[in-house]
Design a protein around this ligand. Sequence first.
Ligand SMILES: Cc1ncc(COP(=O)(O)O)c(C=O)c1O
Length: 503
Amino acid sequence: MAIPIVLDQSSRQSLQSQIFDQLRQLILGGKLKPGAPIPASRVLADQLSISRNTVLLVYDRLIAEGYLQSRRAIGTYVNLELPETSLAAARRIATSSPVTTEMVNRPLIPFIGQTPSERKIRHLDFDFFPDRLDPDLFPHKIWLRYINKVSTATNTQFSEYCDPCGLLNLREMIADHLGMARGISVSSDQVIITAGSQEGLNLAARLLVKDGTLVATENPCYQGAALLFESYYAKLVPVPVDEAGLDVEKLPESGITLLYVTPSHQYPLGFTLSIERRMKLLEWARRCGAYIIEDDYDSDFQYHGSPLTALMGLDDYGSVMYLGTFSKSMGAGLRIGYLVVPRVLIHAARSAKALLNSGHAWLDQAAMAEFIRSGAYGNHLRRMRHLYSKRRDCLIEALHHHFGSVRLSGLESGLHLAWHLPDDFPDAHRLQELALQHGVGIYSIDSSTAYDYGRSSYSERTLILGFSSVNEYQIRAGIQRIADALAGQPVDSSLSSKTVMGS
Ligand SMILES: Cc1ncc(COP(=O)(O)O)c(C=O)c1O
């Protein structure tokens, strides 16, 4: 590692003192962190084309003053415990730093985005947060096997830039999968591998959204999409949803450039867009010249019958972009998803992706391609579908058992459901708060990862319950806790997630 030191041969300051000052600044400014290794004296002397002795003298002085530490046979390091006098000097440097004055004159940062809700794990006894998977269900062993296999193969591509749109193998497999599972007939050059659907959304927005663009979304909708479009200065246009999904009749007849929609399992309410509305929606897009982003985030989990054909599979006009993700089927930490674009957008999407990050990491793509090709992905999906369907049934049964004939939506597919509260229950925010006080996480629309424009009939009386990160024992115990809390009963604290016995 070369250290950023620049010597001025014409300066009246000695070389030794220039090196001393610059190294000291790097340490005090935090650029060289405590414990960081310093290049050997010979290496730094070579880098700066000076005598090694000069460097040795500087190092000796920095060691004597407590900035560096030398360990025999290991090397020289930044001292782990900088002396108080040097820390005081660091504070002086920080407060008198020219950065503060420069900042005042800098132009405003044009970015206006808000950070989406935190998805980090809360330490509750039972947490029904919708966007989380059970970490024990990730197929660690098999995944590691494929990571090893591809990284030791002869045709690794660690040292090269890959196609910015992604590894051809993987794109072909995704195109095949979409044909079979979603009725979408596309070629691999329409598939772009992304870091989850979030990057796919960014890519689509980069192509179509600028200051003032009208973007329609469902109300409520996925926060990751609404906040993203806002960050591109789009004007959001909320469109209501009902039990048959987006209310297509309420879409404006002109002006909309882009519509973001979740037809398979409306996020967050779980409704399925009916086939009649799908056809009307495509007709609307053709009439108005609008594009549609179809976010099919959890369609791998269908519990009854076959899923309806995806919008993109019904589209004859090239209006639909399709977003897919492995975040729900494998894990969000993998950050692998894809955007499928109509042919007319292939070229623009390719350029945008190349400019964004020159393509997704090769290793993950190669392992995922191998994972799918070998059949391991299909097996994993079948296992997860079976397990989640049992958890879903367990949750429905527990809600019925404690609260009678509950009104639920989103049961046919996905990893969460919506519970519409009856009039004699507290509202969603109050019930969420009560449950939280008793160690249970259930979520009103605006505290899940949904974006609620605040004018929907669901805002106050709907709770979202995910069942992908809680096992059957936890589901029963968590719902019982809510029932006890509502009835004013003392909570049975022997029922906690620590007493979990399998799923
Ligand atoms: C509606 C919706 N779309 C997409 C995603 C997945 O996002 P990503 O692929 O960026 O992890 C989620 C995650 O929970 C979601 O709820």
